[in-house]
Design a protein around this ligand. Structure first.
Ligand code: PLP
Length: 401
């Protein structure tokens, strides 16, 4: 018999498993609203035109070779990524207080940051929002941190439980790490207002809680890169420390290229230098050094004024198509007289709507309408089109009546 005969079958990943089930369904009307990936109005994956241009330029440059990158990745990519998230005029960058390393997309950046904290930071408890992206608790636990939750979402209002959030962070032990979604909170689409961010900042700084930002949707929430980075910039502007994990999966459509960055903002340049030296010791035994192609695309686009502008236009178009799907779905439910208040569909931001549908209603919609989504009722607005909204509205109508 096999030496692995005792290995038990693992459950499918709750998010990626939705696509597995969708792929098995032969129905021609099937609709996948589970994945967090942008689709065109025709339901197709999108490669940005500016990405094609950058790739062409890279291919034509015969001086480019396939040598290993340094452990910390492509230097230009790191500089430009820090500027993108912190702002081009950031004093922290000018004062060389930021250690930035290229990582494997958002997930890899979170993991490297968490491993660094587990080794070099005195507090090992990380508070994450309830609910949050399903991978967060696993990434942080496996990195050696202890995961606790803070209240975030209020099912009654389908909005932020701000009082609960303040209470939970207020009673967290001094120095604890707090995971914050920079914008477009996944799965709820509910973000604090600028005023609420300011209160969160004051509370966290007064208790020396360490902010760890997850920025997977910069530019995707509002269509504006600066607006979507405001939360992080508020925390950097006060001179305090924080971590930020950036992903280019959604905002450049580079999902499978696995390109992202971890920035650790420190109080002094010499600290940042030592932090970077230790990040190398985290990365080297994990995967040695990151891949070159995706980072070269990003560095080409961010480093060229003309391509950068083209990117912002294409990014805005993606964000706006998503926003228009919100309005369309809201109007379709209103037209059907679907019972309940559906205004959260247009109030929530980013790629997802947290519909409030329960797991039985979701199962019904999958069974009867071939619509696939995670069992928490989260739908990807990016997977919708003018053609498919009526089908979804019919399904919701049938599920709630
Ligand atoms: N963080 C959040 C909140 C996400 O929604 C995602 C992707 O869905 C990620 C991080 C990481 O994505 P990736 O590793 O593909 O950049």
């Amino acid at each position: 018999g096999s030496v692995f005969a005792n290995v038990v079958q693992a459950p499918e990943d709750p998010i990626l498993g939705v696509t597995v089930a969708y792929n098995k369904d032969p129905s021609p009307i099937k609709l996948n609203l589970g994945v967090g990936a942008y689709r065109t109005e025709e339901g197709k994956p999108l490669v940005l035109n500016v990405v094609r241009r950058a790739e062409q330029q890279l291919v034509n440059d015969r001086s480019r070779v396939k040598e290993y990158l340094p452990i910390t990745g492509l230097a230009d990519f790191n500089k430009l990524s820090a500027k993108l998230i912190l702002g081009s005029d950031s004093p922290a960058i000018q004062e060389k207080r930021v250690a930035t390393v290229q990582c494997l997309s958002g997930t890899g950046s979170l993991r490297v940051g968490a491993e660094f904290l587990a080794k070099h930071y005195h507090q090992h408890t990380i508070y994450i929002p309830q609910p949050t992206w399903g991978n967060h608790p696993k990434v942080f636990t496996l990195a050696g941190l202890t995961v606790k939750y803070y209240r975030y979402y209020d099912p009654a209002t389908r909005g932020l439980n701000f009082q609960g959030l303040l209470e939970d962070l207020g009673s967290a032990p001094s120095g604890a790490i707090v995971l914050l979604h920079a914008c477009a909170h996944n799965p709820t689409g509910v973000d604090p207002t600028p005023d609420q961010w300011e209160q969160i900042r004051q509370l966290m700084r007064s208790k020396a809680l360490l902010p760890f930002f997850d920025s997977a949707y910069q530019g995707f929430a509002s269509g504006n890169l600066d607006a979507d980075a405001q939360s992080i910039r508020m925390f950097v502007a006060d001179g305090g420390e924080c971590l930020a994990a950036q992903s280019y999966a959604k905002n450049m459509g580079l999902y499978g290229e696995r390109v992202g960055a971890l920035s650790i903002v420190c109080k002094a340049a010499d600290v940042a230098t030592r932090v970077e030296s230790q990040l190398k010791l985290v990365i080297r035994p994990m995967y040695s050094n990151p891949p070159i192609h995706g980072a070269s695309i990003v560095a080409t686009i961010l480093g060229d004024r003309d391509m950068y502008t083209e990117w912002t236009v294409e990014l805005k178009a993606m964000a706006e198509r998503i926003i228009s799907m919100r309005q369309l779905l809201f109007d379709a439910l209103k037209a059907r007289g679907t019972p309940g208040d559906w205004s959260h569909i247009i109030k929530q931001i980013g790629m997802f709507t947290f519909t409030g549908l329960n797991s039985e209603q979701v199962a019904f919609m999958t069974r009867e309408y071939h619509i696939y989504m995670t069992s928490d009722g989260r739908i990807s607005m990016a997977g919708l089109s003018t053609r498919t909204v009526p089908h979804l509205a019919d399904a919701i109508q049938a599920a709630v009546t």
